[in-house]
Design a protein around this ligand. Sequence first.
Ligand code: GLU
Length: 610
Amino acid sequence: MCGIVGAVAQRDVADILVEGLRRLEYRGYDSAGIAIVNSEGALTRVRRLGKVQALEEALNTQFVAGGTGIAHTRWATHGEPSEINAHPHVSCETIAVVHNGIIENYRVIRDALIQKGYLFESATDTEVIAHLIHDLLKADISLREAVQLASQQLEGAYGMAIMDKRQPDRIVVARSGSPLVIGYGLGENFVASDQLALLPVTRRFAFLEEGDIAEITRHRVQVFDREGQPVERAISESNASHDSGDKGPYKHFMAKEIYEQPMALQRTMEGRIQSGHVLDDVFGTGSADLLAHVEHIQIVACGTSYNAGMVSRYWFEALADLSCNVEIASEFRYRKSFVPRNSLLVTLSQSGETADTLAALRLAKEMGYMSSLTICNVEGSSLVRESDMAYMMKAGPEIGVASTKAFTVQLTALMMLVVAIGRHRGLSDEKQQQIISGLLALPAKITQTLMLDKEIEQLAEDFSDKQHSLFLGRGSQYPIALEGALKMKEISYIHAEAYAAGELKHGPLALIDAEMPIIVVAPNNELLEKLKSNVEEVRARGGLLYVFADKDANFKSDDTMKVMDLPHVDELLAPIVYTVPTQLLAYHVALIRGTDVDQPRNLAKSVTVE
Ligand code: GLU
């Protein structure tokens, strides 16, 4: 689920591998390791608990020479984060393996290997792969054939890279459920779980498909499909910026990404909107015709993307007169659900590799959906390749584990989808124009909202010693409260809950006291008066309120309520703008509490395991 980097070169590869791991750090991880084989066939492994920095320091005192190597950042699923559980895992000082994902049937394989005399040193599922391949290699077969046979026994998800010190000129890699990309160099070749890791050494990439196994040497990359047949995977030139892994003037990627939102929104709309209309086929070739026939939308997503889906449900039903369901992917994939006629499945995922969402898409293909569309930020990702239609978000790489710009861009894209479908379902030209001009005005509104940064920084002081917080919203702002609470939890570790404000008296009001700050997102919409009553209910019980409100909404700051004025925004698009202060609040609270903002504990960027 975290990072894999591998290289076969004439030069020493340790530095390339460590730089690759650095570039994947944003994904969140708990330990890092590297294994290198030199041309004499000596295998050296170095692993460290904690940051890549610690691994680098270890390598400074013990330089490891060699041109073939694999490296890994681990996000523990089986066995605690520790040096002994860190990858690479080695069998009999001969075979080294790095692995992303989960081997579900590892116990059975482990027991069988123990019977054969193999000793296990870690608690991971991964270690079985190393011993299994070592065992298979006792027959007179190649490393590639051994990996092929091992893959037939492994159940679960993996992206893995394997070296055998007896064949120091090669790495074999295999992909099933966890992405891998091959990087082509001159007289040297590479592999990684994300092309970002390899941008300093190459621009030429080929994405492996599900079931692929590849043998990588300095001069050749041979790819085989699930059946062991040689296949070609298209090589493409990446134009991703080499520096996309840099923070620029910002202290954290999260801050950079919050501030990039005006630009990201602009980019996602560029060339897709013209004279008050969403252009045809913005959602994929032939999408304009197809969208005309959609009668129901099923959105499937996880985490922040799920919250984006929740907002759009209010929009689809109100503006496009279209029924819309939103479901968490891990639930959707394990229940039998009803598919209304002419349903479109829409998946939302920043990375396009979210395991549960991908599984939901694959399941939906057997369920009679008329088509599938993904709204995604990563070119060539699994969701993009496997969906009938794809909308590329163009938000630029999102490195901070807690999603920010991807969320507001997803919302923008979803509103464009509402317009693209709505025009076939009675959404008037005038209303379309109104929405589109609102969308085009968003970058400026967000820029204005970002100016509240200093004020929010001060407000964050009040939260630094709190254990809990409550976020309230109504209507399409309810999911914004959900997203605000999610951000607060993710990066500040303060327990945060979100409620539709009308639900307060059905339970959560019991929690209100001076120790529970309450954050309210209150644009000037038709629910404002109702929201104001909810706010009074809280005040009457001694709660401390922090209100992000439209400047015309007439909230006044006093002893029990701090009001932050936001620019006036079209009510329909207000959720996109009101997200921003909640991101800034979570960010500043996390800064004060000294947490690891970009890589919060226990979390990973793209969740490629179930
Ligand atoms: N399941 C493996 C482990 O716990 C791999 C984790 C990962 O994807 O980083 O070691």
